[in-house]
Design a protein around this ligand. Sequence first.
Ligand SMILES: C[S@@+](CC[C@H](N)C(=O)[O-])C[C@H]1O[C@@H](n2cnc3c(N)ncnc32)[C@H](O)[C@@H]1O
Length: 250
Amino acid sequence: MSTTWDPAAYLAFDDHRARPFHDLVARVTAVAPRRVVDLGCGPGNLTALLAARWHGAVVEAIDSSAEMVDAARARGIDARRSDVVDWTPAPDTDVVVTNAVLQWVPQHRELLPRWLAALPRGAELAMQVPGNFGAPSHTLVRDLAAESGLVLRGEGSVAEPAEYAELLAATGAAVDVWEITYLHPLTGPDPVLEWIGSTALRPVRDALDDEAYASFRAELAPRLRMAYPARPDGTTWFPFRRIFAVARVR
Ligand SMILES: C[S@@+](CC[C@H](N)C(=O)[O-])C[C@H]1O[C@@H](n2cnc3c(N)ncnc32)[C@H](O)[C@@H]1O
């Protein structure tokens, strides 16, 4: 399903959100790929880094959100609106990057082997998904939604690292899977609420009108403050687990 994305809100934490992208693409070894694809390119700020690293490559960028595609195009990225579910690799695709996207795509476990089967030998597929659906930032949202009788649609879903390793290795690819928990030092009032506003809270935002959404946030804020207390200097530590995989077609 398609939900509303807010490029400006998403970019508010762009430094923290860019770090896993850097850690992911650091494990991609391609030197002169013919075509580089960014699946779920978002506002295009990270796609631009792919274009800069592989300046000889055709850069293909797709995203299902009209707002994100507009933001990417405003940045000079030739992005188009499309669902990753409908994407198939062009024969010259040597690198595929999908960063913080597949958690929104429930059928991605079927898509990954299909994409790898269609990629040429030597191509690399690099993915990163959040692995924090059991963290308070998510469970508190689900608890409050349940208390409010709210049925959420479009919540994220991911596998554990070993499942991705098995799934990708079963295609015959060479596989590199790892996880990192980042401890983001956030500042300002209710920074975790602000962070999840553009991601984990989207299904809530889509289910409620403006007034009900404001009440939901007001009830959620003190619970998040308890789970993620601010230190005396104003810093709030926000642990965030992420799962990475790079598969190289053999
Ligand atoms: C958390 S953002 C990540 C954006 C970018 N990859 C980055 O790392 O900053 C998730 C993006 O995935 C896009 N997205 C979610 N589901 C999608 C789908 N089924 N097909 C294409 N894009 C999708 C959203 O529109 C959003 O731009």
